[in-house]
Design a protein around this ligand. Sequence first.
Ligand code: SF4
Ligand code: SF4
Length: 392
Amino acid sequence: MYYKEIAGVKVSALGMGNMRLPTLQGQDNKIITEKAQEIIDYAMSHGINYYDTAYRYHGGESERFIGQALKKYPRDSFLLASKFPGHMMVKKEGGVVGFTSGLAGWPDNTVAGVFEEQLKKCQVDYFDFYLLHNVNEKSLAIYDDPELQVVEFVKKQKAERRIRHLGFSSHASSAATIDDFLTRYEGVFDFVQIQLNYLDWKLQDARGKYAAITKHGVKVVVMEGVRGGRLAKLPEEQTARLQALRPGDSAARWALRWLQCLPEVAVVLSGMTTLEQIRENVETFEAPDPLSQAEGALLTEVADSMLNWVPCTGCRYCTEGCPMGLEIPKIIAAYNGVKNGDFMARYDPAADPAMDPGRCVGCGACASICPQGISIPAVMAEFAGMLKLPRR
Ligand code: SF4
Ligand code: SF4
């Protein structure tokens, strides 16, 4: 494993993301702890020291799991990052924050109450890194709220050493939103976590976001480096082109080596679900091996051929609130496949109601929560039409 730095702290170039831990089939909040623990133990024994979680990952169970999983290790042998969930909050009276629709059953709380709950769930008395989760055009209403004082609160926790370093994550539509936030809070944040990969460089202006962050002298932590696994499985033609240049290298390795070309990237997070994935990723980060110019040019061509994809990352934020119980990310993956000439003939939504886009009632609960801003009901309607399914 090679290492980089955030504000003088030595961080592993590969970080363990804890939003795609192994779970029981179709039950995102039921982590298979034995398997997940094996992955964490592998990470710890192979030099990964950065562990990223968030209040809402795995329906709130990710923080609980990682706290327990890391408990057997000395506190100074790992760096723990979690996130304040302002992006899914609504303000109520008297400093109380409630959670947005689609999260029924989650209690109202206060800014301080949420933070204390996180420390408790993670079984730690400080976070090495603490982020405001998804600062974007909508969530600014919470993060900038003059009564809630979220930024002042986290600064105070930092002064008391209950937070060692501050950052924020962002799925903002515009790089200017990130730039403005960093300008208004100049000097507060040491890093920003963004969705960054060779496809989003153009598709979601990750290039502009990277430039906006680094001009403030702030480090970049990468999420969705392989787009929730989508860049690990490319269409046949593109796979063949990569294989011709580097036989035996997986598409995921290409995506991760592309990220190694960016000097201000400190940590590349990967939400690793299996031991095979972590083994391969650890190997990729044994030493820096950035792409050559010819390899970079080829990957740009591959990315350009995929710009018509619906940019779902498989985060599953949308599935909790779907009244029809649709497997939205899987349906979108199938839609992308069909659009790119894959398995139309093999797709049989009648075999599984959760995979039937024709059952979408167009309520929009999913679209309002999707960090990628995908018009999910429109995709469902189009896909249902493509499959010649009646809408019902
Ligand atoms: S719009 Fe369709 S896919 Fe989205 S939550 Fe409603 S029923 Fe589910
Ligand atoms: S549609 Fe949006 S919210 Fe749902 S899994 Fe994909 S990216 Fe996540």
